[in-house]
Design a protein around this ligand. Structure first.
Ligand code: ATP
Length: 268
């Protein structure tokens, strides 16, 4: 079998973590958190700046050492080979800086690397996946532009296209829409919903809590490195948001019945 045509298995994968502690140097920023993340759902990680969202996401990606237990479908992450995680997990980091002027085509193509052997060139299946991902993210006209010349929102669509072309089981997305205009952000959140419908595990960090909660099935709320609440995204209440952000939140219900939360300027 041609190595490039190797069939990737992308089974549904869940996470279970118990007493998960992660730190930088001798400072713990996640203090023994426990929870789970299920396939077929979008899980939003919410919480204030510095609460540990990116740290949790990086740990789920196998990039940081941890204490306690973190299992991906029953297998402890620290014992999974990096190359295998590279196939199963698609990661969009918060600030991906590419200094070299790779073309958009090449960057989306990085998502295909787990399919290729060290010596193999890109194969027709890779080109098809790159093209399909670019069309899905509406960036096909940009394919031969250098990424260094794109706007922030365009670049974020390229990185989403890269993980889409990878077709992993798990999508770990750290503020993937922060530079997108509202329409593009809406498209991106719709894409996350579609991925979950196809059985993928989607974890997204987003500061736009209304966009995140309306896209997500579940939320995990982090504050000061503690998991202070978790549950169904459509059942979150103002008390959780107030505890998270130290400010009261009021709900606004649109005539269509959609709920949005707004921080209130009134002090309790
Ligand atoms: N590489 C690092 N070295 C040392 N400390 C770090 C490092 N990365 C993050 N931290 C610290 O860990 C804490 C949690 O950071 P993290 O990036 O996980 O927060 P966050 O919830 O994602 O924040 P934000 O919403 O601002 O992106 C912060 O206090 C931060 O200063």
């Amino acid at each position: 079998m041609d190595p490039g045509e190797e069939k990737m298995t992308a089974p549904p994968l869940s996470y279970r973590f118990r007493g998960l502690s992660v730190g930088y140097g001798d400072r713990d920023v996640l203090g023994g958190v426990s929870g789970s993340i299920e396939p077929g759902l979008v899980t939003a990680l919410i919480g204030p700046n510095g609460s540990g969202k990116s740290t949790l996401l990086k740990t789920l990606g196998g990039f940081l050492p941890y204490r306690g237990s973190l299992a991906l479908e029953g297998r402890e992450i620290r014992r999974c080979p990096r190359r295998e995680l590279g196939r199963l997990l698609g990661v969009v980091a918060q600030q991906t800086v590419l200094k070299a002027a790779f073309s958009v085509y090449d960057v989306i193509g990085f998502g295909r690397l787990p399919y290729q052997s060290l010596l193999a060139r890109r194969l027709p299946a890779d080109d098809r996946a790159i093209q399909a991902a670019a069309e899905r993210l509406d960036i096909a006209p940009l394919l031969f532009r250098p990424v260094t010349e794109l706007s922030g929102g365009e670049r974020q669509r390229v990185f989403l296209a890269m993980v889409l072309a990878q077709d992993p089981s798990v999508f770990l997305l750290d503020e993937p829409t922060s530079a997108m205009d509202p329409r593009q952000a809406l498209h991106a959140f719709r894409l996350m919903r579609e991925l979950a419908k196809r059985g993928k595990t989607v974890v997204v960090v987003a500061h736009d809590i209304n966009a995140a909660l309306s896209c997500a099935d579940r939320y995990l709320a982090l504050r000061g490195g503690e998991l202070i609440a978790a549950g169904r995204a459509d059942r979150i209440d103002g008390g959780v948001l107030e505890k998270l952000y130290d400010t009261p939140f009021v709900p606004y219900i649109s005539p269509e019945g959609d709920k949005a939360w707004h921080p209130s300027s009134k002090k309790r």
